[in-house]
Write a protein that binds this ligand. Structure first.
Ligand code: SIN
Length: 276
């Protein structure tokens, strides 16, 4: 197995293995690489939905997404689907999956199933590196803070997606929820500090006003979205990405109007997050 950095400070490309037939030693190496890099890319995988499910189950417990349609015959695999006639895509802005859950997801395993001829890349950000680059003063301000995360404004009755052309493919309108988490977490596996707020789901800091929170959150979002903390993955048939939701953000670029894109996602269950 070969594991090399994908982009400076952002992800690793794993080659020389098939996720469908990993030995126990290879699985261990993938676990170690996942903890070190927080973001793994794989190319040229032959990976049926049943093999996707088997790899996920070997790695950990699965958490169901309440909003995305399941793949037929595979209730644990969620579809991230955009049809030719859709204008809107799923996950088109920076976010972290499931930060609105009391126990946020460990990670997500995304498999390319049907790709547009051009476009549809996924962007990623490294939230360890972004945190480490903050000034000592700002780190001190953030440590000890907690923030409210929610999905109501996205998937709820009046949420963003309900007014779009993909509303009919999303369920869970009454399953919305929110949760609070530390703003700087100690990653449960690496022990490193990471910034744990994201533009998609973080609403405000606990004990702060909404506008006060937005001012600092917007500063942090601009800080994270810089070339030194981010990278872009161009999907090809056989590509798979496995990211750590406690250490990264991602978004799917919506630049392929008139073409379809279908991805299969399995989300892995995490643990409660401890702060600094
Ligand atoms: C997601 O936000 O989980 C989907 C990302 C993508 O489709 O590239």
């Amino acid at each position: 197995m070969d594991i090399e950095p994908y982009a400076p400070g952002c992800g690793a490309l794993v080659s020389g293995i098939q996720l469908s037939s990993l030995t126990d030693t290879e699985l261990l190496q993938i676990r170690e690489a996942f903890v070190s890099h927080g973001l793994l890319f794989f190319r040229d995988q032959v990976f049926t939905p049943a093999e996707h499910l088997r790899f996920a189950r070997r790695y950990g417990d699965i958490v169901l997404n309440k909003f995305f349609a399941p793949v037929k015959g595979f209730p644990d695999i969620a579809e991230v689907r955009k049809e030719k006639h859709h204008q809107t895509n799923i996950g088109g802005g920076w976010h972290t999956d499931h930060s609105y859950d009391e126990t946020p997801a460990l990670g997500s395993i995304l498999v390319a199933r049907d790709l547009p001829d051009t476009g549809g890349d996924t962007h990623f950000a490294n939230l360890y590196a972004a945190y480490e680059a903050l000034s000592p003063g700002l780190k001190k301000t953030l440590e000890g803070l907690r923030a409210l995360h929610s999905n109501k404004h996205i998937y709820g009755k009046d949420g963003y997606y309900r007014g779009t052309d993909i509303a009919d493919q999303l369920g869970g309108i009454n399953d919305v929820s929110d949760a609070t988490h530390p703003v700087v977490i100690i990653h449960p596996e690496s022990g490193r500090k990471a910034l744990y707020v994201n533009p998609g789901h973080t609403i405000q800091f606990e004990g702060w006003g909404f506008d006060e929170s937005r001012a600092l959150l917007n500063y942090l979002y601009t800080h994270v979205d810089q070339p030194e903390f981010t990278c872009q993955f161009d999907w090809q048939p056989g590509s798979v990405t496995f990211w750590d939701n406690r250490a990264t953000w991602h978004f799917a670029q919506n630049d392929y109007q008139g073409q379809a894109r279908l991805m299969h996602r399995i989300t892995l269950a995490g643990v409660g997050l401890e702060g600094v």
